[in-house]
Design a protein around this ligand. Structure first.
Ligand SMILES: C[S@@+](CC[C@H](N)C(=O)[O-])C[C@H]1O[C@@H](n2cnc3c(N)ncnc32)[C@H](O)[C@@H]1O
Length: 192
């Protein structure tokens, strides 16, 4: 399905949907890595989920806090039947409490200021050899830049810096940060 055919799609340049180059990267990753089980944090209306579902034979669980978005995503992902499950919940609560089996690929695209807090829980949800992909790790250039960060964004930017440090320095992960979209980190989990 094309983006324009998605129910509720945002047509302006500030759409929260993943940037085209990051979507292509995710599609290529799914085609080559062929994950069986995928977890997505931050569904919006299900576009990145549909890209992953159509790029491999995975089953996918995607978590979205906003009820309206989750309802639209359920309609948009209906063509994938039982392979796609949209959970309307706070992702932080979900990852702490879920009893679901581990995942081969986790795509983190929810609240940016929470990536650091989510990391220990996401680690426990990854299979050995699994991959954690996080979007927006450069956050419009503010994470690596030297420019002044406005007060309302400061905690988010500091937390993203700490997230990148944590994941790069964690010996259980092998991390590469790609300069595509808004910055995409890809971390292969070598722990148990
Ligand atoms: C960048 S958008 C996701 C875009 C989507 N992955 C795509 O590319 O098609 C981030 C989404 O995360 C959701 N979100 C924000 N905080 C959340 C939370 N605590 N738990 C679950 N979802 C959350 C927002 O409502 C928003 O729809």
């Amino acid at each position: 399905m094309e983006k324009k055919d998605f129910l509720g799609v945002d047509k302006d340049e500030y759409s929260p949907i993943l940037k085209e180059d990051s979507l292509s990267f995710l599609a290529r990753l799914c085609e080559s890595f062929m994950p069986k089980r995928v977890l997505e944090i931050g569904t919006y209306i299900g576009f990145s989920a549909s890209v992953m579902l159509s790029s491999c034979e995975c089953s996918l669980v995607t978590v979205e806090k906003n009820e309206e978005n989750a309802s639209l995503a359920k309609v948009n992902l209906a063509p994938y039947g039982d392979r796609a499950k949209v959970v309307c919940a706070d992702a932080g609560e979900f990852i702490k409490r879920t009893k679901l089996p581990k995942f081969d690929l986790i795509f983190l695209d929810g609240p940016k200021g929470q990536y650091l807090n989510y990391l220990p829980y996401l680690k426990k949800l990854l299979n050995h050899g699994g991959v954690l992909v996080a979007d927006n790790v450069y956050f419009h250039g503010l994470v690596n830049g030297k420019e002044f960060v406005k007060h309302k964004l400061r905690t988010l930017v500091v937390n993203l810096r700490k997230f990148l440090d944590a994941i790069k320095n964690d010996s259980d992960f092998e991390t590469t940060v790609y300069d595509i979209g808004d910055g995409l980190s890809v971390s292969v989990y070598n722990g148990k």
